[in-house]
Design a protein around this ligand. Structure first.
Ligand SMILES: [Zn+2]
Length: 252
């Protein structure tokens, strides 16, 4: 096969490999981010749990203060009891004391409610903390695996790019220019011609072009898509490549 053609085929293989590696590299960061988000969610839940305990404590203390104030108020009213002269005054005082008693009961209820809320929040806290521990371990483990994979991919990409750079130096500038242009336009620049069809654009090429392309001895273009054509003999085509049944029979 014409050496330039061989180099272009190799170049395309390396470009595809580089694109595949770059794609896999681009997928690493979102995967790390996803695991990090799970950890962040667990940490948020734990922080909310702790805040719930603190809120309950604060509200209980406020209710306790209320109660103390109510008790003090009632004590002062009770002191007046001995100074009461008329029945009317006595009735008014009793009414006040009754109202104060109700407020005290309400404050006591609030204290109980907040104590229960605090106990419930404290009961949930160890589970939330354990979840943070689990997610943290999971995150660290996954991140390590993904960072290792990333490093490996970077190494492979660097090797692929080095191999590509070496080929670029030996490909004729005119061929390289066509290669780059068609690659940009069509996503691939070199195509096999098989049974008279360009495998790049699935269009039948004229018999004359096909005969010339079968010789693999110069740079030829598909007249339809401008891809550079090459031919692979059916008997050397890898069996893994899905090939239509041809006159030559099944691939070796
Ligand atoms: Zn074509």
């Amino acid at each position: 096969m014409y050496e330039q053609l061989e180099q272009l085929i190799r170049l395309q293989g390396l470009d595809r490999e580089a694109a595949r590696l770059a794609q896999k590299l681009a997928e690493i960061a979102p995967q790390i981010e996803e695991t990090r988000n799970l950890l962040a969610a667990a940490e948020r839940a734990e922080a909310e749990g702790k805040a719930g305990v603190e809120t309950a404590k604060k509200q209980r203390r406020a209710a306790e203060k209320d109660l103390e104030a109510q008790i003090e108020k009632r004590r002062k009213f009770q002191e007046q009891q001995s100074k009461v002269k008329t029945n009317k005054e006595y009735q008014a005082l009793m009414g006040e004391l009754e109202a104060l008693k109700l407020e005290e009961t309400a404050a006591e209820d609030r204290i109980l409610t907040q104590m229960e809320a605090q106990a419930e929040a404290e009961r949930l806290l160890p589970g939330l903390s354990a979840e943070v521990g689990r997610e943290k371990a999971e995150f660290q483990q996954k991140e390590r695996v993904l960072r290792d994979a990333e490093q490996k991919l970077r190494g492979e990409l660097a090797a692929t790019e080095a191999a590509r750079a070496a080929i670029v130096t030996v490909v004729e500038p005119a061929s390289l220019e066509v290669y780059q242009r068609v690659l940009k336009l069509r996503g691939s620049a070199v195509a096999e011609v098989r049974d008279e069809f360009c495998m790049g654009c699935s269009t039948k090429v004229p018999a004359q072009n096909y005969m010339e392309a079968m010789r693999n001895d110069r740079i030829l273009f598909c007249p339809h898509c401008r891809r550079i054509l090459y031919h692979v003999k059916a008997e050397v085509r890898p069996a893994a490549v899905e090939a239509p049944v041809s006159e030559a029979g099944p691939a070796a």
